[in-house]
Design a protein around this ligand. Sequence first.
Ligand code: BEZ
Ligand code: MG
Length: 450
Amino acid sequence: DAAGITDPARRAETDALLAADSELPAIIHALDGGYIRPAPGGDLLRNPEILPTGRNIYGFDPFRMPGAFAMDDGARQADRLLARHMADCGRLPETVAMLLWGSDNLKSEGGPIAQALCLVGARPRRDSYGRLAGAELVPLAELGRPRIDVIVTLSGIFRDLLPLQTKLLAEALLLAARADEPETENFVARHARAHLAAHGGTIETAALRVFSNADGTYGANVNQLVDSGTWQTEDELGDAFLRRKGFAYGTDGRPTRCDAVLGGVLKTVDLAYQNLESLDLGITTVDHYFDGLGGISRAVRAARGSEAAVYIGDQTTGAGTVRSLSEQVSLETRTRTLNPKYFEAMLAHGAEGVRHLEAAVTNTLGWSATTGQVDPWIYREIGSVFMLDPEMRRRLAELNPVASVRIANRLLEAHERHYWSPDEAMLDALRRAGAELEDRLEGLDMEQAA
Ligand code: BEZ
Ligand code: MG
């Protein structure tokens, strides 16, 4: 069990398994036509039995997801989210925009899927063998609060791996939309009825809430735009998200485009939400979080004309914690990017370590661009630790001059886009750092050309 990892002997065993190169030999063995033993997939902290890696992983039984524990826990996490929104805004949200990843659900037997179902007040329906057969509604009396409308954005990986769960979610929302219940107790029905009154059509269309990419495509491209810096207004980022992730998946599991429904639901979104399932990664470590959660937040803002709240459900710490986006970015910046224990360990990895630091700065800019909810001190502190100190600047430049220039330029870009306002001394230092690093790069190019 996961607790065993605190046992010193078990820990030493785990360290040895982590240090061993088991993947390349396994690939070679597979290419030789050899047998690769099966092993469970998942998160190391949840299940140390996944080691050694380099085996043939089996993830889950698709007919058992979400499992019973995931449903119990999903109800608790949904309550936590609603309580936090209640504390911040004084009322229940009418609509939650929730991002679902495949990997997160594989690691938790469908924890985030269960949360989405619980917000709506639905659960899996099982056949006489206990296999997943569809959705059913939890009666309002049992639910004890209104059904929350949920617009789900699936990652391309989720859509590929979990077709049964894609249909399960679509069916849960359709059942809620059709239910003969008062609108004050059922926000899905309220919004579906409003759509029918305004646009006509069928309830099946009005109840479309599960969105993803078109077949065979992945991601929202918001991360590509932010990485390249080739965007003018923040609304372009929300538009990119909608173009890519605006394909509705109904109970038949087939994607269709239905922009009237999507646009209508986005107007009702009060908060955008995603779980964080692993300590391996944070929302500023990789660009996929702001690509999806940031992208939809920006689209909601354009649709509503005002900012939506953005929350992260941190599932990495026991019972789970809900943080605002700004709290989460601040926490990660203090504990990772600005923490000498973290960045020195990164720099010990050389060029790749500097690239990771640069990625954190770019991803932070991605959150500013999509949500506007990043505290300006973050840019100031990153600037002073990594760019103002000449010794640190020299170390970064020697390890990875390309990434170092990008850090200086990204901080300047964040200033130009009004995400923070450096004082004159800082601005001057950043410009000089950028120029000095660019010179160094040119010098390297010339050396290479010679
Ligand atoms: C997923 O598992 O769905 C996923 C993983 C990494 C990035 C984006 C999505
Ligand atoms: Mg990428």
